[in-house]
Every structure is written in C-alpha cells, then in structure tokens.
Design a protein around this ligand. Structure first.
Ligand code: GFB
Length: 317
C-alpha cells in the first residue's frame, strides 16, 4: 500500500478497526476513510454502493460486523447471521463495483469444525459440524470467505481472507452479557476489588482451551497481509499457543485483584473444547506476533483504568 492510498476501514470504531486505524496513522497514511453507523448502514447494498462510488477507496479492511462472546452468540443468532452476512456481501460487492485494488476480509477461528484436529490448519474448513454456540456467526463468516473467493474466481478481484484467533486489547467490549472472556473477567476482577467477599464467577468448567492474540498484533498482521498475501485460500492469524480458561482467569486475577477467589459456574456453556490455530502458513511468510499474553493483559488493564479515570468511555463498564 502506498502511503497516499485511499484506505477504507469498515468498522473503524471497534476493537479491530480502531487498532488498524492507530497502526495506519502511525505508518503515515493520510487518506483514511471511515463511516460511522449513523452515516452508513453497511447492511444496505444501495447505500454502501453509493458510498463507494462517492469515496473511491483503493484498499479496504473489512473488519465490521456484529460480534460478541459465547452468551451473545448463543442468544442472538439472528442478529449475528443477518448483520454479518449482509455486511460481508454489500461491502465486497461494492468493492468489486468500484474497482477496489485490494480488500482484506476478517473472519474468525470459529469457522472450523467443533471436532477439528488441533492445532487447526486452514484445510479443515468445512470438514465437519460446527460448534453449536456460535453456528450462526460461523456460517456468516464462512460465507464471507466464499464471497471473497467467488469474486476472485469470477472477476479476478484481489480479495483476501484472514481468520484471527480470539482477540483482546484496548477498545474491547467490557459488557458482561456480550463480551468475550478476557475483558469480561478483567471487569469482574476489577469490580471485585470493591467487594467484601472478592468472589469472581467464571463461566463453565474452566477447562476449555483458548488462544489469545493482542489486537495490535492482529493490526500488524493485517497490514502485512495486505502487502504480502494474494492467494485464494484464507490464512490463520494467531500465536499458535493456548491455555485453559482457568489459567487465563488466574493470570487476570494476579494483575487485577490478587486476593480474589474464582468460582466456576458449570451451568454456563464451555463452548468449543479447544481451538488453537496452526499458524505455520503465516509464519512461513515471515510474520510472527510480538506481544506476550502477560504483557498484553497488564497493558489492557492499564488502558481500562486510564479510560475509567479520564472519560469513562469503556464499552459496558
Ligand atoms: O470468549 P468467549 O465468550 O468465546 O468464551 P468463545 C471463551 C470461554 O470462556 C468459554 C468462558 O468457555 C466461556 O464459558 N468464560 C468464563 C467466559 N467466564 C466467562 C465470562 O465471564 N464471559 C465470557 N464471555 N466467557 C466466541 C464465539 O467463542 O469466540 C464467537 O462465540 C467468536 O463466535 C469468538 O468466534 C472469538 O471462544 O467460546
């Protein structure tokens, strides 16, 4: 990407979009295009096509969508499938219509079968049934990959797909009903600091294994892929290392509220037993993450405290 390229970050206000914006600004990109939800409803094809005709982006990071943790996915499947299928379709189609030179579409590691062989390589897509707690979202994300591939196949569009593992970092959602595990536990331990019993409820059994990537590492990978990857197949983005939820909870406790006690609630869903990505394809291209989980947790909590102290603009807190 040239520094004067017109770059549209679809979803610039979210966890991922805001990290990509920070990175592009730091790299000296000057023609950054954004649209708030009230300016442009990405689910409406006519509006999206018109916006692309008016703004003429050269590069697009398609990182917009309705996202959430295990509970939001299980209880709001209609929103997850409708919003995401529409957004992926409208943006890719408009990018094709207005001759965007390259588009990067971001999916999720939940596209892989529940019983996938671990670590999960890219070839395991569509080889078995999906995890039921996020099936609707996963189907939309798989459709996004296929939309990009179909436009490449029929029109020669340079549209690529990256599948990140579970993400965390600044600008995450800390609302306990819709967030992912890492911000949820950070918030719960933070709240426990001001209670007498200091008990923190952890959903499920604590045994599911998860992999976590700092969103600044993901942003770095997205820029890297925009410049260095143009294949039809999707590519995994992660650390290749996972840990049980119990250990994650202990790590967060040690940073936020050392004296807190964990209480597991097995009536809440565990979800996928394990989903660690095989990242050898990305590593072979020369990319690796640089932020260790311990460092990332400490830094994210510092950001959370800073936000609370300054303007309280923490989603869900
Ligand atoms: O992060 P999370 O919601 O997403 O949950 P998934 C990960 C694990 O942490 C599950 C447990 O086993 C949860 O039961 N957990 C423990 C908690 N305490 C909590 C808590 O307070 N809040 C939350 N949210 N979880 C999502 C998918 O699955 O991952 C999406 O639903 C997407 O489709 C996303 O792919 C990345 O990893 O289970």
């Amino acid at each position: 990407m040239d520094r004067d390229s017109r770059v549209f970050v679809a979803g610039h206000g979210g966890l991922v979009g805001s990290a990509i914006m920070r990175r592009l600004e730091r790299e000296g990109f000057t023609n950054l295009l954004t649209a708030t939800r009230s300016e442009l409803d990405l689910r409406h094809q006519a509006a999206v096509s018109r916006w692309f005709q008016d703004h003429r982006p050269d590069h697009v990071f398609l990182v917009a969508g309705t996202v959430g943790g295990i509970m939001a996915n299980s209880t709001r499947p209609a929103e997850f499938i409708y919003d995401n299928m529409m957004i992926h379709g409208t943006v890719v189609h408009a990018a094709h219509e207005s001759n965007v030179s390259k588009l990067l579409y971001l999916g999720s590691s939940c596209i892989y079968p529940r019983d996938a062989h671990q670590p999960i390589d890219e070839e395991q897509l569509l080889t078995g049934p999906l995890e039921p707690t996020n099936e609707a979202y996963a189907i939309a994300k798989i459709a996004g990959i296929k939309v990009c591939q179909s436009y490449r196949q029929q029109y020669g569009s340079d549209f690529i797909s990256a599948m990140p593992t579970n993400l965390y970092g600044p600008n995450d959602n800390f609302d306990l009903t819709s967030s992912h595990v890492l911000p949820a536990l950070m918030r719960k331990f933070h709240d426990a600091r001001s209670t007498d019993d200091k008990i923190v409820e952890v959903w499920g059994t604590g045994s599911p294994m998860r992999e976590f990537l700092h969103v600044d590492d993901l942003a770095d990978a997205c820029l890297f892929l925009m410049d260095n990857y143009s294949d039809v197949g999707h590519i995994n983005v992660g650390t290749g290392q996972d840990l049980p939820i119990r250990e994650l909870a202990e790590k967060i406790r040690d940073v936020v509220c050392g004296e807190a006690e964990l209480r597991f609630d097995p009536s809440k869903p565990d979800g996928m037993p394990r989903k660690v990505l095989d990242v050898s394809k990305l590593n072979a291209l020369g990319w690796k993450p640089s932020i260790e989980l311990d460092e990332g947790i400490a830094e994210t909590y510092a950001w959370f405290l800073d936000q609370l102290a300054t303007d309280s603009q923490v989603r869900g807190a």
